[in-house]
Design a protein around this ligand. Structure first.
Ligand code: ADP
Length: 458
């Protein structure tokens, strides 16, 4: 029943009851010939209905109070179901609606929390840094990668301005332009410590297309730029390496055409130089092709059980070249290879090339004394030591000799027919088959290269 009718009914019943008590009191007074006012009945006629009304309205107010506290709980995010004893009146209907509303809000809040959690997980897992600013340029979000880039890890607390976070006034200027709508988006590249980062700025738009803020996505492009630089340097180096012998060949051919060919001694000397330069060009192109082959996506030398080789056999194929080269320089070659060496997990051609490059270098950079190759069989690898009593390499240059075209002494390398690519080819090969190379050297005493090659465990 509705509250309106319930209170009206109660009022009518209580008024009737009051009148009835008065009437009974009056009748009792007349019957007992008491002309005095009957106080007992009067008090009963007033207080009995008043207590009934008080009791009934207290119940009503108790339910309303319960509802009041329930709405406060909902506002705080506590969506517990509200129970009211009587649910047939307006308050009961209101409670049902409030319970429905509370359930609805709870679902919305749960969805929102889940979305926020999802977003937080995505942002935390991203390699790119993400920074969001509001419409006045105040930072509202920084993910872990961005904290790392700007070296702000663990600094929680109040929001800061973009300048305080990035110390980059140019970025701040670009953000202002994007926030004011002068520019649709912007990109900036900057150096932060040792890292090169690329920052892309895009506006955050509301449903009505208004600019509410901006988001900056930060990519670490250090490695990319390094590779680009390496490629540029490589092209420059290759051009330079090709140009030098070509210029020489061109010069001598022109001199021969200009009349030097008439003189047999000059002609022979010049032709020999042209022949040497041509050989150098050929070697350079071969080395470049080998490197390009290894760097090709599918051509990495890989560990494969069907590609095994034996050091003795590989050495036999290059022995004549090394022996004759050493003989011309009067250098002793000591190669100590026991008969029963186990097989290695590397293709035979690769192993021959590795031995050739390292032994040829040893002879090339030694003027007197000896070069040697020693092996030691270990549990999973074979340890190969290539030593010489040559000129040695300065300590500070040791880490760089495996770089392409890096030479300690350019003139000496050229004079010996070096291309500057031999060691980088060796390093590539070894890395491909899971091996390692290291070097120790002392100026004027000699150099030792050590290779650890994986054994083919049959
Ligand atoms: P290159 O064709 O010039 O020999 P490498 O890549 O084989 O090129 O070697 C790079 C540089 O390392 C050489 O130019 C030389 O300066 C140095 N080097 C390599 N092996 C030796 C060695 N055994 N003794 C001294 N220096 C060496």
């Amino acid at each position: 029943m509705s509250i309106k009718w319930r209170i009206t009914g109660l009022f009518l019943v209580m008024t009737g009851l009051s009148l009835l008590i008065f009437w009974v009191g009056e009748s009792v007074s007349i019957a007992s010939n008491m002309l005095r006012f009957n106080l007992g009945f009067t008090l009963l006629a007033v207080f009995l209905p008043a207590s009934v009304v008080y009791f009934s309205t207290s119940q009503l107010s108790g339910r309303m109070e319960k509802l009041y506290f329930a709405t406060q709980r909902i506002a705080r995010g506590d969506f517990e179901h509200i129970h009211l004893s009587d649910s047939t009146d307006e308050l009961g209907q209101f409670t049902t609606e409030l319970n429905n509303l509370s359930r609805h809000v709870e679902i919305i809040v749960q969805n929102g929390t889940q979305e926020a959690y999802k977003m937080e997980t995505i942002l935390a897992g991203m390699q790119e840094g993400v920074v969001a600013v509001d419409h006045v340029g105040q930072v509202v979000l920084v993910n872990a990668a961005a904290e790392n880039i700007f070296e702000r890890q663990g600094e929680k607390g109040e929001l800061i301005s973009l300048l305080e976070l990035t110390y980059d006034s140019e970025l701040e200027y670009l953000i202002r332009k994007v926030l004011s709508g002068q520019q649709l988006s912007a990109t900036r590249e900057n150096l932060i410590g040792q890292r090169t980062v690329e920052m892309q700025i895009n506006p955050i738009l509301s449903g009505q297309g208004q600019i509410n803020g901006a988001v900056i996505v930060i990519h670490d492009v250090t490695e990319l730029r390094r590779l680009e630089q390496m490629r540029t340097d490589f092209v420059a180096n290759v051009s330079h390496e090709l140009r030098t012998p070509l210029t020489s060949i061109k010069g001598f051919v022109e001199t021969l055409l200009d009349g030097a060919a008439e003189d047999p001694t000059l002609r022979d000397r010049f032709l020999k130089i042209i022949q040497a330069e041509t050989l150098r060009l050929q070697r350079l192109i071969e080395d470049l092709l080998t490197l390009a082959h290894f760097e090709g996506r599918d051509n990495h030398p890989t560990m494969s059980a069907d590609k095994v080789s034996y050091v003795q056999k590989a050495y036999e194929t290059i022995k004549p070249v090394i022996q004759s080269f050493a003989q011309t320089k009067g250098i002793i070659v000591e190669v100590d290879l026991p008969e029963t060496l186990p097989p290695l997990l590397i293709g035979e051609n690769l192993l021959s090339q590795l031995l050739l490059n390292l032994l040829e270098n040893a002879v090339k950079y030694t003027t007197e004394g000896r070069v040697w190759l020693k092996v030691q069989v270990r549990q999973e690898t074979m340890h190969l030591e290539f030593g010489d009593t040559g000129c040695g390499i300065p300590q500070e240059m040791l880490p760089r000799i495996f770089e392409r075209f890096y030479r300690v002494d350019k003139a000496r390398s050229r004079e010996q027919g070096g291309t500057g690519l031999g060691l980088s080819i060796v390093k590539h090969m070894l890395e491909g088959v899971g091996g390692k190379i290291s070097v120790t050297s002392q100026i004027g005493v000699g150099t030792i290269f050590v290779c650890d090659l994986p054994r083919a465990l049959l």
